[in-house]
Design a protein around this ligand. Structure first.
Ligand SMILES: Cc1cc2nc3c(=O)[nH]c(=O)nc-3n(C[C@H](O)[C@H](O)[C@H](O)COP(=O)(O)O)c2cc1C
Length: 218
């Protein structure tokens, strides 16, 4: 059982998305899974080139992206994975650009153009999707983020099998709030993190364990 996780934050360690993913993978490992964490920002790749090689009727292999870049060996390992977990900060209400490029490359080769409901991914596997963001949870509906989150969640579920969504809100953005412009008070941020981030990480750990055992909600 192999769980592959992907960090769509440019901050590769210590920060919110990386911490949630690392904690989720600890949960998966404790449940017996082999784990791998891929930092997308360490890779040289672009989004889908719209070459449609993956849709050609005379293609040699189904579900394979023709682009030869740093993502190619990663996508080959995805084919063998038993669960996938994607984490991204929210940038302008959506996934980071790097995450979106990855999602195009991850999913489009498996999109069955003659039957959208019948993915070319060879198995049905669980996936997870983690968003970390500055806004408090109660502002998500007001800002209309839900539609985009749900679209991405549903796409992952359609291509791979199931997808469970997790969010961490009002995240700490920098170490020293006195040195940066800020739309929140340092003490409010610190108090919120103290009250919530451990619980967010607990949920991530439990998600990791569910991914490792295949017990994720559709
Ligand atoms: C370019 C940029 C755009 C952002 N846009 C949003 C946004 O639209 N909504 C939001 O809630 N947070 C936004 N944020 C804050 C991040 O989503 C938040 O701090 C996140 O937890 C950072 O994740 P990281 O610590 O793993 O890098 C933005 C941050 C950056 C750098």
């Amino acid at each position: 059982m192999k769980v592959m996780a992907f960090n769509g934050s440019p901050r590769k360690t210590k920060w919110n998305t990386a911490t949630m993913l690392q904690t989720a993978l600890e949960g998966a490992a404790a449940a017996g899974a082999e784990t791998e964490l891929v930092n997308l920002y360490s890779l040289n790749f672009k989004g889908c080139a719209s070459c449609f090689s993956c849709k050609r009727l005379d293609r040699k292999a189904v579900g394979v992206c023709a682009l030869k870049d740093d993502l190619r060996p990663i996508l080959e390992r995805v084919r063998e994975a038993d669960a996938l977990l994607l984490g991204t900060p929210v940038y302008y209400g959506a996934e980071t650009a790097c995450t979106r490029a990855f999602l195009e490359r991850l999913q489009f080769p498996y999109l069955n153009y003659t039957d959208y409901s019948n993915s070319h991914f060879p198995r049905r596997i669980p996936t997870g999707l983690i968003y970390t963001m500055n806004v408090p949870a109660e502002m998500i509906p007001t800002l209309g983020y839900e539609t985009g989150f749900e679209r991405t969640r549903a796409n992952l579920a359609r291509h791979f099998g199931s997808c469970e969504l997790l969010t961490a809100n009002f995240t700490t953005q920098y170490d020293d709030y006195s040195k940066y412009e800020a739309n929140a008070k340092a003490e409010d941020k610190a108090a919120y993190r103290e009250a919530h981030f451990a619980d967010d990480c607990r949920k991530a750990r439990e998600l990791g364990a569910r991914l490792a055992t295949g017990k994720v909600a559709a």
